[in-house]
Design a binder for this molecule. Structure first.
Ligand code: ADP
Length: 372
């Protein structure tokens, strides 16, 4: 099969790594020819994933297309789909998710639990919603890694809000943040990975450290799984989806957001689960039976993030020490330039004992620094 990926970042890179186990010919569309996925595909095409003609021309001769980022030209994907190219997930699902305004409206109309919200069109509109605070303002399109999200505690914070169509969502008193990966085949068969739980760095607002399977009361885990499955069924699309959820202080479960693709919360599945999220998506695209999402062992992920105050050619300090640790798997994404907060790689740790995972995760965070 001829398979194309829109976007050439680390997610595309890891998808291609898994793809090397199967018989397929791969294409990547991405503007940056030095991107992490560029040298792992058979055919690299330099171009803009948001441009209609570029995406359409890229996809025309292919059997199937998938995405590693949702800011793609959905109109072109719809045209390709109508001409017989298989698109994972369906463009209709990408369109719903791509904009946080339509994504939240979708949850509401399908009775999927999500924090209460109002839509604000611009700054003046936001100012009229001061009674809705404390809340979290989220820009409809173009936000990522916390950059399109502002916590508004009271009227003094209104100036931090977005002057563009956005979601104003009630602030949740979060006990835990978890993510669940769900995969659905062309025939509607579904598998679900155990939830992962994360701790967010309040300074960078990037995923800091993650454990999987999450430590949750059985009832809470069941609730989260039921919500995630309902959500994917409502999207009516084969593919792989990562659903981020909040557990509040009362153990209620709320959907934060969904990614219609392989996701950073599933990196550990490469070593920690029988079938990784990447392998699972490829099985769906290739029409193979779904894999086994069960964990082999509990795991932790530590992201390798560009250090503050360093911009330039990347230097990986402490790598030798980390590589000497048992059951530790290092993934560097091959980005030549580092800058503060940039995702440069990740480390997965496997162990049956959560104390060992936490200990090693902290040690790796302390040892491994990306400087310039
Ligand atoms: P992004 O798409 O940039 O990852 P998210 O919508 O996931 O943005 O928000 C980033 C973080 O902000 C979340 O992981 C969570 O910690 C916090 N957050 C988002 N929405 C809420 C909310 N309604 N209440 C409390 N905290 C929130």
């Amino acid at each position: 099969m001829k398979i194309g990926i829109l976007g050439g970042g680390q997610l595309g890179r890891m998808l291609l790594q898994a793809g090397a186990n199967y018989i397929m010919e791969t294409w990547v569309l991405e503007n940056d020819e030095h991107c992490p996925a560029a040298h792992l595909c058979h055919h690299f095409v330099k171009g803009d994933i948001t441009d209609f003609d570029t995406v359409y021309q890229f996809g025309k001769g292919l059997d199937a297309i998938t995405i590693e980022i949702e800011s793609v030209n959905v109109d072109a994907l719809e045209k390709l789909e109508s001409e017989g190219v298989k698109v994972y997930p369906k463009p209709s699902a990408i369109r719903i998710i791509k904009n946080k305004v339509t994504q939240k409206a979708f949850y509401r109309s399908h009775e999927i639990p999500t924090p209460d919200f109002v839509i604000t069109e611009n700054a003046a509109d936001l100012a009229r919603q001061v009674h809705f605070l404390p809340a979290v303002h989220k820009i409809g399109q173009g936000g990522y890694d916390g950059k399109g999200v502002q916590v508004l505690e009271n009227s003094h914070d209104l100036s931090k809000g977005f002057d563009a169509p956005s979601v104003l969502e009630k602030k949740v008193d979060i006990k835990k943040e978890i993510a669940l990966i769900v995969a659905m085949s062309d025939t509607g068969e579904i598998v679900i990975y155990p939830p992962a739980e994360m701790v967010v760095d309040p300074l960078l607002n990037l995923l800091d450290y993650q454990l999987s399977p999450a430590i949750l009361p059985e009832k809470t885990a069941w609730k989260a799984e039921a919500i995630a499955i309902k959500l994917v069924q409502a999207l009516k699309s084969p593919g792989l989806f990562a659903i981020e959820l909040f557990i509040d202080q009362q153990d209620e479960v709320w959907v934060n957001e969904t990614a219609p693709r392989v996701h950073n919360s599933g990196h550990h599945t490469i070593e920690a689960n029988y079938s990784s999220q990447y392998d699972m998506l490829l099985r769906i695209i290739l029409g193979y039976p779904l894999g086994n999402p069960d964990p082999i062992l509990p795991s932790a992920i530590v992201n390798i993030i560009g250090a503050e105050g360093h911009t330039g050619a990347a230097v990986y300090n402490g790598l030798a020490e980390v590589l000497q640790m048992d059951n530790v798997f290092v993934h560097l994404y091959g980005k030549t330039l580092t800058k503060p907060g940039r995702k440069m790689g990740h480390v997965t740790i496997l162990h049956k004992d959560y104390q060992d995972l936490t200990f090693k995760a902290n040690r790796i965070k302390h040892l491994l620094k990306v400087t310039s």
